[in-house]
Structures are given as C-alpha cells and as structure tokens.
Design a protein around this ligand. Structure first.
Ligand SMILES: Cc1ncc(C[n+]2csc(CCOP(=O)(O)OP(=O)(O)O)c2C)c(N)n1
Ligand SMILES: [Mg+2]
Length: 655
C-alpha cells in the first residue's frame, strides 16, 4: 500500500510520542514520583502504531498491562495519561486505575488490563457487539506472547472464530513473558501457529517494521469488516527495559539487548524515509522537538494536578440509578412457575430492547428449559449458543456490555462460576470503578443454585455469599416466581452487573405472579410473613422452608416474622433491623455453608445496629461446613431442612 508523506510522518510521530512518554515515565518512576507497577513498551512501538494505523476512530482496541503504546497510538491524550500514572484526579480514571487500567471509551480504548489474557475476552465481546449492531467496527486485541498460554486466550480465539467476529488478535511477541523466555512456556515455536487450532489465519510479521505491521493489520481489518472473521498476527519484537521498571533483567544478555536496539523501529523508519527522500533530517528533528514539548507539558500537567479527595475513595463502585417501585398489592395474578416467569421476562425484555441478547451453553434448549423456545422467536444471533467456555461467556458479556449490548449470559450451573471468576471478580465488578466511572456494565449473569437433586458437590453449591465479598456486583436471589420476574426485569434494565441466582428446586413450583409488566427494586426486602416473637431471615429455597415452619408454630401461638432480602447486595439492613427491634430475636437460615455466609453479615448488622433490642444471641442455621454430598440422606444432613429450622426457632423463643 502506498502512503502519503503525511501518513508516514504521523507513524513516526506516534512512535516517537510513545518512546518519549515512556522514557520520561521511566525517569519519573525512578525519582519516586510515579507509584505502583509500571511496564514499558520501549522498543515495541512499531506494533502499537502499525496496528492502530489500520483503525478508524470508532474502532476498538483492548490492551494489556504494557498498554501505554497502544493507548497513545489510538489517540490517547498524553496529559490525562500522565496524570493517571501519577494517580491524580485529572487522570483518565481519576487516579483509580493507574498505568495498567487506562480506558478511553470515547476513543474506542476498552482498556489496558492488569490481568494477562483478559483483554482477549473483552475483545470477543466487543466484536460480538459490533457484529450484532452491524456497526462495521473492528477490534484490535493486543496481547503478549505469554498470554497465548492463558486459557482465556484460547476460549476467546475459538469463540471469535466460531462466530466470525471482527477481531484482530495482535500478538506482541517480545520473546519473554515476565522473566521467562517464550520457549520456556510452550512447545509451539510461533504464536501464529496457534491460530490453526481455531481455523483462523495466522500471520508472522516483523513487529519492528511499522509498515509491515500496518499492512498485515489492513488485510486483517478488511477480512474482519467483510465478515470473514478474526486473524492472528504475530509481531516479533523486543522490549528494551525489564518486565517492569525496577526489574534488573538478569535473565537476558547485554548482547541480546544491543542486537535488538539496532533494530529500533523508530530509528529504522527515520533512516528509511530519509534514504528514500521522503523527509529530511530537519523535519524529523522538528517532530522530535514537538513531541518532547508535549511530553514535558504532560508531566507539568500531572504534577500540578490535584490528588483525588479521599472522601471520594468509594465512588463509582456502582452506577447510580433510580429503581422501580414494586407492583401494588392486590392486583390480578396468574399462576406460573419460576422457570416460566423468567422465560416470560426474558421474552418481554428482548422484544422491548433489541440490545438484549442471551448467550450461554445450550441456551436453545437449556438444562431446565428456561430459555427453550426463545431462539425460534429471536433467532440465533440473539440467543447465542456458546461453546463450553464459561470464561469467555462472562468475559464476552463484559466486552459486549461496554459497547452497547445488554447481555444476559447464562452459566449452566452456579458451581461453574468458578470457571469464570476473572471476568466476574476482576472485570465486571471493577471496571466502572477503575475507570473513574467511564463505563457502564449493563449485564446479567443468570445461573442456578442450590441442592436437593443428588447432583453432588459440584452441581449443588450455593456460592452467593462468596461473591458478596466483591464490591461492584449486585446479587439477586429470588424465592418466588413473582420476585424472579420483577427482579430479572430490574436486572436487565440495570446498568450494573447482576448475578442472578435461580434455585433449581424452585424452577417448577407454581406461584401467583401479577399480570402485566412490573419490576422489583434491588435492596428492598419483603416481609413474607409478619410476626412478633422472632425474626427469620432467609433467601431462595430457604424462604418457603422458613414459612412452612412459621405456619406450623403459629398453631402454638408462636409468631414468626419471615424476611426475604431478595438481593444480598444491596442488602436491606433497615428492614431487618426494624424487625429485630420489634421481635428481639433473630435467626438466619442459609443454604450455603455457615462459615463466611451471608448470615454472618446479617448477624453483624444486628449486633451493631440492634444490640440493645436483642433478647437472645443471634442464631444461624446453615449448611454444615462440608461440600454437598451425593447420597440423599447425607445431602439432607448437610443442608438445613425444616426440622433444623424448627428446632432452632423453638430454642430461640424458649419453647
Ligand atoms: C492472570 C495473570 N497471571 C499472571 C500475571 C502476572 N504477570 C503480569 S505480566 C506477565 C507476563 C506476561 O507476558 P506476555 O503476555 O508475554 O506480555 P509482556 O509482559 O511480555 O508484554 C505476568 C506473568 C497477571 N498479571 N495476570
Ligand atoms: Mg511477552
């Protein structure tokens, strides 16, 4: 491809901006002015600039821990980048992200990322979003050679290939992972060869030749925009500095480093363009001076900028949104199972908003049939059957949510959430916060939870409490078809990531559901039964057990109040505390293990906010601290049944 002089000089200038920016970052880091970990890409500038040269302003990139070059090449502002590295309020992420987390959604920069491989999943999701919206945007996914040994990379490649997503996987093979040579971690000589495993073209280019990188990316972008799917481009390059600043890189020889410095991508282009008579020494010197001045200005900007105010340290954990009012009591109802209630809500929300899409394993049929039939109505593009790849199901949901879709992802069993902990814990829960509130994460992860089917310890867990410990997630645990329908509607319309736990044992139990559309707000507990002698707090399948015991005890004039928080995060502490002030006694029933369960949190709230009103110690009835066993008798011994709840209430009320 021929290039104008202006284009060629822009490539030079962009590489030079990266180089100068990072040289000064290195100095400022050594001077103790920049905190944290800093990974520099000096020597690799040709990859970032060559790949981004193929992109338009609306196209996306995902980056890595070594991201400054990618961001600058995509148009990132030096001032705000430098301020972010300094941890200042004027930084891209208001000092909440730092070097490894810079995002500029307006420029299509979906983020540097501190998790090796995570960007590949976000890229797959952004590619899906672009494809479904028909926007023609492509995604360049930068990743390192060692990221190609991460499971996330393989799931993302497979999904992108399967669905012909417009993603260009650009590997910066700088010959090393952290401190280990590439060959120390794989038998495959070239990363590009891994593309074959997914039926994708794999190309090797000289990463220090910016024009070669651009040519390869141009071709990949053309394919991607034509609907032919992803390409993997491996760019051979080298980082001159250590893995991070402060690393003395004793694992490399001085000769090796010198050899690569000879192949400097910036000096190489300059020499070539002078030799070809495209531009003069003086013209390059002038560019250098401008770049130098811009970087100095960025440092001055960062140094003069204010630190973030500590009183705002917990801002932007959640998108603030107004919540709906629950449906009025006494309206017309119809009988429906929870599975049907969920299905109907999904159908209605998909009809209402075409950005709502479902993705998950076998969702066309569904183990419990919840999503069955939706594909016939909405087609395979909106009810997406994924490979068995929980990590990229959740990770792609993140990328899709960042770029205009409202994905409702299904993880087939709650136990498999462990296979996608990174996108849940490190991405969807944190991205809004880490980007200083730049991104919205309108996504839902639906999954089933709980025991009672002899499904064994890997298909019966209640992991809700595990995720309560991660700020940034909403955790909904409906106990009735009515609540499931109302909470799911709120979840799908929410701009926050919601984990939606559906109890297997409740799927087919009918219940009264208000007719018509309605929503139930998060953080609003419901008093399922009013009482005066003791408060019982329960969620999910434990609610009906508690209610059944309460009815039985009512015959003996024992009056039990049963409260269902409905969402564990946010937790309606107020309703619980008010109840305890009235009854003076509190029992928490939970299906998950006792240690570290949500009951511990509720007990702590009662101890701090209702201490003077308690007439007896708070009691927890929970699963034993054991996995859920297979044999039905053992399963019943581990998970609380009505007998244990009754016994505990009797002891609590002293009768
Ligand atoms: C999931 C995860 N595992 C390990 C690390 C620690 N770590 C940070 S960078 C890195 C090496 C990555 O190598 P490569 O992908 O080749 O990128 P490069 O650093 O060479 O640019 C490692 C192991 C991490 N941040 N995330
Ligand atoms: Mg590497």
């Amino acid at each position: 491809m021929t290039s104008s002089k202006r284009e060629l000089l822009e490539l030079y200038q962009s590489m030079k901006r990266i180089r100068k920016f990072e040289e000064r970052v290195s100095q400022q880091f050594a001077a103790g002015k920049i905190p944290g970990f800093v990974h520099l890409c000096i020597g690799q500038e040709g990859v970032a600039v060559g790949a981004c040269a193929s992109l338009g302003p609306d196209d996306y990139i995902t980056s890595t821990h070594r991201g400054h070059g990618h961001l600058i090449a995509k148009g990132g502002e030096l001032d705000r980048m430098m301020a972010e590295l300094y941890g200042k309020e004027t930084g891209y992420c208001k000092g909440r992200g730092g070097s490894m987390h810079i995002v500029d959604v307006g420029l299509g920069i979906l983020g540097a990322n501190g998790i090796v491989g995570a960007g590949t999943q976000i890229a797959a999701g952004a590619g899906l979003s672009s494809k479904l919206r028909g926007s023609g945007q492509v995604v360049v996914c930068f990743f390192g050679d060692d990221a190609s040994t991460e499971g996330m990379f393989h799931e993302s490649m497979n999904l992108a290939a399967l669905w012909d997503l417009p993603v260009i996987f650009v590997c910066e093979n700088n010959l090393y992972g952290q401190f280990t040579p590439y060959q120390g971690h794989t038998r495959v000589p070239n990363v590009a060869e891994k593309a074959r495993a997914y039926g994708v073209p794999g190309v090797i280019v000289d990463g220090n030749d910016v024009l070669a990188v651009r040519a390869a990316t141009d071709e990949a972008a053309r394919r991607a925009r034509a609907g032919a799917g992803p390409t993997l481009i491996e760019c051979k390059t080298y980082r001159w500095h250590g893995h991070m600043e402060g690393d003395v890189y004793a694992y490399r020889t001085a000769e090796e480093i010198e050899e690569w410095k000879e192949k400097c991508p910036i000096a190489g282009l300059r020499k070539r363009l002078i030799a070809e008579g495209v531009a003069s020494q003086e013209e390059f010197d002038r560019i250098d001076e401008q770049v130098e001045a811009a970087v100095s200005a960025a440092i001055e900007f960062a140094e003069k900028s204010p630190d973030p105010d500590p009183s705002t340290a917990a801002e932007n954990v959640y998108a603030v949104e107004s919540l709906p009012e629950p449906p009025p009591e006494g309206g017309e109802t119809e009988q429906m199972s929870m599975a049907m209630a969920i299905q109907q809500t999904l159908r209605e929300e998909m009809e209402r908003d075409e950005s709502v899409v479902i993705l998950g394993e076998d969702v066309a049929i569904g183990v419990f049939g919840v999503t069955a039939g939706l594909v016939a109505k909405f087609g395979k593009d909106r009810v997406l059957d994924t490979p068995i790849s929980e990590n990229v199901i959740a990770g792609a949901a993140v990328g899709a949510a960042m770029t205009g879709l409202r994905p409702v992802a299904e993880i087939e069993f709650g136990d498999f959430l462990t296979c996608c902990m990174d996108p849940i814990v490190n991405q969807m829960a944190k991205l809004r916060f880490m980007t200083g509130g730049q991104v919205r994460l309108p996504l839902v992860i639906r999954t089933n939870t709980g025991s009672g089917f002899s499904a064994g310890a890997q298909h019966s867990q209640s992991l809700e409490a595990l995720l309560m410990h991660v700020p940034g997630l909403i955790i909904a645990v409906p106990s009735t078809p009515r609540d499931a329908r109302g909470l799911l509607r709120t979840a799908i319309r929410s701009d926050n990531p919601v984990l939606f736990f559906e109890h297997k044992g409740l799927y087919f139990k009918p219940g009264a559901v208000p007719k018509g559309e309605y929503a139930i707000p998060f953080g609003r507990a419901e008093i399922k039964r009013a009482g005066t002698d003791a408060t019982v707090v329960a969620v999910g399948a434990m609610v009906s057990r508690a209610l059944s015991v309460a009815e039985k005890l009512a015959k003996e004039e024992i009056s039990i109040e049963v409260i269902d928080p409905r969402t564990l995060v946010p937790l309606d502490a107020e309703t619980i505390v008010e109840s305890v002030k009235k009854t003076g006694r509190l029992l928490i029933v939970e299906e998950g293990c006792r240690t570290g369960g949500f009951g511990a949190e509720v007990a702590a709230i009662a101890a701090s906010d209702a201490f003077d009103y308690l007439d007896a110690p708070v009691v927890r009835v929970a699963a034993l601290d054991a996995p859920v066993p297979f044999a039905p008798r053992l399963e019943r011994a581990v998970v609380p049944g009505e007998d244990r709840i009754e016994e505990a209430i009797r002891a609590l009320v002293g009768g």
